[in-house]
Write a new protein. Structure first.
Length: 259
């Protein structure tokens, strides 16, 4: 014979006629021989009748007008959809019975938890990387070198459009910074032409990369030390000079035109 403990969770449901026929039939067989469970069911039934006799609270006058005005005010202030949903649930839940209010409160907690979780993961997301145009505008030499030489970012950056005039200006500045340093100029051309940088036999460090790193660390000093280069324009610069300054072009397209 099943013990009373197995039927305890079903007693309140049976008292409110919320059990399926099969479950109700099994419980009724148990109730026929168990006085304690019958008393529990009777207690639940009395409580259910008492709750049914309670009158819902009267809705205050003009509540809907006030509610609509509040929602309109929140929308006008540009608050997020989550804030509006939470405000709506909070107002509606206050006019329901105690039992229904508990359900709405649980739903409200879930929505708030989801909101905080979404905000947390948004804060944990990777920072937005600057565009190639921004790197050029900011003269971020170290960032430009890394993005154009790293296998992880090189392909994407080569297909990213930039204004032709901006690219030509930056190339002129790099040539001025390089001065008459052949290795540095060769390193710049290798980056644009996708030729692998030469590595030092002993250290394994790219000589051109090391020289470009000097520009990134102290570009102003090098610009002051070296006079502007008066050499003829490189093929890359000639190609850029034939394009309207505001027209965008990718480095990949530029390389193809230069070849």
């Amino acid at each position: 014979m099943n013990s009373c403990r197995e039927f305890e969770p079903l007693l309140s449901l049976y008292a409110n006629a919320e059990l399926e026929a099969e479950q109700a039939g099994t419980l009724e067989k148990h109730l026929a021989g168990c006085a304690n469970c019958r008393r529990e069911v009777a207690s639940y039934q009395r409580l259910s009748r008492q709750m049914g006799q309670l009158h819902p609270p009267a809705i205050p006058e003009n509540v809907f007008a006030d509610f609509n005005a509040g929602v309109a005010d929140k929308i006008a202030r540009g608050e997020s959809w989550r804030v509006r949903v939470v405000a709506l649930i909070a107002v509606v839940a206050s006019y329901y019975s105690r039992r229904r209010t508990m359900v709405w409160t649980s739903l409200l907690v879930l929505i708030l938890a989801g909101t905080f979780t979404a905000n947390y993961f948004a804060r944990m997301a990777a920072p937005i990387q600057p565009t190639l145009t921004e790197l050029l505008q900011n003269r971020d030499w170290a960032g430009l070198y890394y993005e154009l030489s790293s296998p992880l970012s090189r392909t994407a950056r080569l297909h990213e459009p930039v204004p032709a005039g901006l690219l030509l200006t930056v190339l002129h500045e790099l040539r001025e910074a390089a001065g008459h340093d052949r290795r540095l100029r060769a390193g710049l051309e290798q980056i644009l032409s996708q030729v692998p940088l030469l590595k030092h036999k002993t250290t394994g460090i790219s000589q051109s990369a090391n020289r470009i790193g000097v520009i990134a660390a102290d570009g102003i000093r090098i610009l002051q030390r070296n006079n502007s280069s008066r050499t003829s324009m490189a093929p890359v610069e000639r190609s850029l000079s034939q394009i309207p300054p505001h027209q965008e072009i990718t480095l990949n397209e530029l390389i193809a035109q230069t070849k």
